[in-house]
Design a binder for this molecule. Sequence first.
Ligand code: DOR
Ligand code: ZN
Length: 436
Amino acid sequence: MSAPDRLLLRGLRPLGGIPVDLLIVGGRIAEIGSRIDTLGARTIDCDGLIALPGLVDLHTHLREPGGEHAETVRTGARAAAAGGYAAVIAMANTDPVADTPEVAEAVRRAAAMADCAVFPAGAVTRGLAGTELSDIPGLARAGVRVFSDDGRCVHDSKVMRDALHAIGAVGGTLAQHAEDHALTADAQVNDGPVATATGLPGWPAEAEDSIIARDCVLAAAAGTALHVCHVSTAGAVEVLRWAKHRGWPVTAEVTPHHLLLTEEEALSGDPVFKVNPPLRRVEDVMALRAALADGTIDAVATDHAPHAGSDKSPPWCGARPGMLGLETALAVVAELFVRSGQLDWAGVADRMSVRPARIARLSARFGRPLERGEPATLTLVSAGRWQVDPAASHSLSRNTPVAGRVFGHRPVLTVLEGRVTHDLLDRDAWQQYSIS
Ligand code: DOR
Ligand code: ZN
C-alpha cells in the first residue's frame, strides 16, 4: 500500500489513553493533539482505537530461502503486518542457512517493499552444526545484529563461549535456543503425565533450564548480551530471575502459545500442538505469565513457524514442530494480560515493541514513543469479538494452534513509517470476521 503525503488519524487513543488526532507527514509524526486541521490530508477515522508503537517480533521463521512452499519473506511480512507488526527478525534456519552475508543480503533484498521491515538473524555456527563459528564479522558488516542457531542449541560450552566473544565484539546479541539435545533425543511432549498417558518420549524441563543457567554464566563472563528464546518452564524463570538480579546481560522472550496452552493439548494427538520446546504444565504457564507481567521475561516473541500441511499431519512423531503466531499474538496477549489487569496497554507496548526493539538493536527506528518528530510506525487495535479462521490467514501455512478461538482485540491498522501496511478499516473485512 502506498504512503500518502499527509495522513490524519482521527480519534485514536495512544496506549489506551485519551483520544487525540495524529498527523503523519513524510513518514513521521508531524503533530499529535486534539482537533488537528485536516487540510489536504487523507483522513482515517480511528474513533476509540488503541494506538501502540508498531510491534516488533524477535523470532519469526520466514522459510525463504529453501522452504517457500511453507512461507516466503513477502507472505510472512504480510502476515506480520496483519498481526500489527512493523518489524520482524527472520530466523537463520533456512536452506541454505543464513551463515554468510550473501544469504542475509538475499533475505533483505526479498524484503524490499514488503509489508513489514525484515531483519535477518545470522547463524551462530556454520550450517547450525554447533562446531565452527559462522562469518560473524561478515554478517555484522551486512547489518546483522541478532545471531541465533534457533531450532538447534549451541551445545558445546567452548563454542558458546567463543561465539559470545565474537558476537560481543561486533555489538550483537546471541539468541539461544536452550535445549540440551543429549536429554531430548526423540522427545515428543513435555516429560510428565501427558508423556505417561500417551506413551510418547518425554521432554524434561531440565534440558532447557540447565542450558539457560550455563549460558547466563558464560554471558556474564564474556560481557555479551544473551537473549533466551521461547522460555517455557517455571525453572527457567527462576534462573532468569537469579541472573537478572546479579545484573547480568540477559534478556528473554516467551511465545503466545506457551503463555496460553498447556501440555494437555497433546492428548488430542493433533500435531498442530507439537512444538519445540513443548507445551508445558499449567504451573509453568502460570510462572511464565507472572514473569512477563513483572518483566523478568522481557518480550513476547511469536516463534511463527509455518509448516506445510503434509509436514503437520499425523502421526505425531513424524510431524515437524512449530506453530503460526504473527496474526494472533496481540490478541492472545490482550486476552491474557489486559483483561486480567496484569498489563496495561503501556505494558503491552513495552513487551511487544519497546523491549524487543532494544534487544534487536533497532531502538533508533522501532519501539519509539508516539510523539511528534518520531517515525510514524504504529499499530491500531480494535476491541471487538472476532474468531480465528485459518483459511483467512495471510501465511502460506495453516498451522495455527488457535483455530476457531474467539478473541476480544485485533490489530486493524498497521502503519510503517507513514505507509499503511494493513487496513481492516477501509473494507468490510472487519465486519466479515467480527462476531457479536
Ligand atoms: O517449534 C519450533 N519450530 N521450534 C523451533 O525452535 C524451530 C521452529 C521451526 O523452525 O519450525
Ligand atoms: Zn527455537
